[in-house]
Design a protein around this ligand. Structure first.
Ligand SMILES: Cc1ncc(COP(=O)(O)O)c(C=O)c1O
Length: 338
């Protein structure tokens, strides 16, 4: 049998065969599942949006596809240019996917907390990965990573900085994607939305879309040692959660409650999630589960809580799912040194 190989549509078209033009068309349409085994309080329902099912491994696939596709469409990313970004890993993998499929070069600046798997995947996707190893004064590496990004932009021609911390397309990807899907998936509106924050784009995008439908309490799960909501910076080892600078996208008036979660507590919650719900998730999901637990304990029923689960557990085998790492994280928690 010969296959006709005409150009494929860029989106899956209704009434046509369900074949995407590339893996970018497999981003989104993630499932929503009940967490009845983990949270059994009568009158309080908890639903998890499994963003960890995205093909690049995380919800950041949505932002990367939307930012790169939108930039190419409006000319702010010229064809053949080199994208530059600072990422702790997931967004880097997602941009590397989009860059490869759109024929763009990509330099990603990461720090030692990026998982070895993410770095290997990015390099396999053809990205140049630069690792900075000098911590900044806020306890993380973000400032050092950004300084390197500025150096690259100043010295390399035809570069475009994506800047996920300030790029409106970051939250718009979740407004039109994750948030719109939740509105479609649910018949009864949620009362609460819980999400992990770093740039804050995913939580704000979902919240803005859901609030067009229903009143909503928005809860941010942040890392102990993150400065997003004030307070001093400190050591934290879970990639993707928290920030050592306040993102330009940040909009505190839209967030009703913040739960700070330390590394050990997040890891313990990940392990409990795996043992009870059979969901193998990454570190920031443990922070989300912890924030949900605190909310479930003091919310007035009836409540319907939607929690966003950002990424899978595979890339955390040397942290969240490593007993020696967890012992050290527990020791930091006890000592209060984080
Ligand atoms: C695993 C994980 N959780 C949470 C976040 C935070 O998402 P946002 O940057 O949209 O606030 C990220 C961001 O990279 C992430 O990779």
């Amino acid at each position: 049998m010969t296959l006709a190989r005409g150009p494929r549509p860029s989106q899956v078209v209704e009434g046509a065969e369900r074949v995407g033009a590339s893996v970018l068309d497999a981003i989104g349409a993630t499932p929503l599942v009940a967490l009845d085994r983990l949270f059994a309080r009568p009158g309080v329902e908890v639903l998890a949006k499994l963003e960890l099912m995205n093909p690049g491994g995380s919800m950041k696939d949505r932002s990367a596809r939307y930012i790169v596709g939108g930039g190419l469409a409006d000319g702010s990313i010229p064809p053949g240019s080199r994208l530059v970004e600072s990422s702790s890993g997931n967004f880097g993998v997602a941009v590397a996917m989009a860059a490869r499929l759109h024929g763009l070069a990509f330099t990603c600046v990461v720090d030692p907390h990026a998982s070895a798997a993410n770095v290997t995947i990015m390099r396999g996707l053809g990205a140049d990965v630069e690792v900075v190893d000098e911590p900044d004064t806020a306890g993380g590496y973000l400032h050092t990573r950004l300084a390197r990004v500025h150096e690259i932009l100043a010295t390399t021609p035809d570069t475009v900085w994506i800047n996920q911390y300030a790029n409106d397309r970051n939250w718009l990807a979740h407004y039109h994607g994750t948030g719109a899907e939740l509105v479609d998936q649910l018949l009864v509106p949620p009362t609460h939305l819980v999400g992990a924050v770093s740039t804050t784009g995913s939580l704000l995008g979902c919240a803005r879309r859901l609030r067009e439908w229903c009143p909503l309490q928005v809860v941010a799960a942040d890392a102990v040692g993150s400065v997003i909501f004030g307070g001093p910076g400190g050591r934290r080892e879970l990639p993707g959660l928290g920030s050592s600078r306040v993102p330009e996208l940040h909009s505190p008036a839209e967030i009703d409650r913040v739960e700070h979660v330390d590394d050990a507590t997040a890891a313990e919650a990940c392990r409990e999630l795996l043992a009870t719900e059979a969901i193998f998730a990454g570190g920031s999901t443990g922070a989300v589960v912890t924030a949900v637990r605190r909310l479930v304990d003091d919310v007035v029923p009836p409540a319907r809580i939607v929690a966003i689960f950002p990424d899978r557990g595979d890339r955390y085998l040397d942290r969240v799912y490593d007993d020696a790492w967890l012992d050290r994280a527990r020791a930091r928690r006890v000592a209060g040194t984080r």
